[in-house]
Design a protein around this ligand. Sequence first.
Ligand code: SF4
Length: 391
Amino acid sequence: MSSFISKLDLAVRYHESIGEQHMANYLRNQLDVLRNITEHKKDYLVTSYYVPGELLELLDVEVVYMERLAGLAAAWRIFDKPVFRATTKGFSACSCSYQAIFDLLIEDEVIPKPVGFVALSYTCNDAWMYCKTAAEKHSVPFYFINVPKTSDNDHQKHFAKQLEELYHQLKISFPAKTSMEDVVTASNEAQEIKSQIDTVRLKTPGNIIDFFKLFPLYNDLGKKSTVEILKHFKSKLESNASKSSEDITGILWLGVLPLYRNSIILDIEKKLGCKIVCEEMFDFGNIKLTRNIFFENLAQRIMCSRFFSFENRIEAMFKSIRDFGVKGIIHFSQRNCMFLPPMVPLIRKKAEEEKIPFVEINGDVVDPDYFDEERAWNQLEFFYEQIHWRP
Ligand code: SF4
């Protein structure tokens, strides 16, 4: 058994033993995928984050969302110095470490070679360009959609058509697995429970770390198991909500967490006398699907998503600030990411206009060698003064 599988297996049993069924089920699904592609040698596709899970759930093929598996490998420290190791094997030093660690998983034969890569141009160039290069290197098909940059009706229709074509292309190689009715029902049920979770967390913000761990459930919309995981998560939040009624200084976290050090959240809350009440990743788009306009709905969901435009992100961000009564913003900027950090100057400006203290922390969420935690704490001390002592 590989160390990745045994660590995931241990994590599943740990969460079961402490009654965290939502996390146990979520991780068990990832463990099953890992076992299927390694021990049981099932064919699998690698995909980038926004390729709709519902489209792939229709087909009988294992699917590995690249960023999610890379994130799990980083969280369980499967590699020491992953960026250094990847660059010595020829991986570009300027690329995002999510792809670096994923590439290492294949290079070091932790996982076998996939049978194809599927990518959208949205969100970042790094992800789809990696998929293209890796597909060429491994001589497997590369399925790609260049997502239009504007979301007017015509572009949305064109994008929906491309998604439908992608489905038909994949159907040539992979047989049907689930009916569209079942996928639509499961996706809509998951969206419904997600909305209920949002209502619960608004009344009493829970442990934010679980939201960071579970946001990739977005990739599993359309699966029945996602509905069950969300139900468990909701009841966990409800039982915690009834125990808590504290007065808090709420903080909004933007970007992702250092995956190898997610306890930094609790340390920040303790030292800064605050609570991270919301983040921007646990967002499923809240578009319900209809069978006869399935692909249009999927296109619409992507084009309405919060990272699709700066305006979308700002609007969603300031809605959270109002809803949660946020008193400060922490933005974690991923090293070498050319997608989210370039928005920071505009977010900072908008926060200044709204008189909300803002701090940008830089680092690498995958590789601890590139996170200067001491520097981050110095910045956070200044941030503390701004949120607690501002007039
Ligand atoms: S961190 Fe940035 S560059 Fe890396 S996968 Fe995410 S959006 Fe792309």
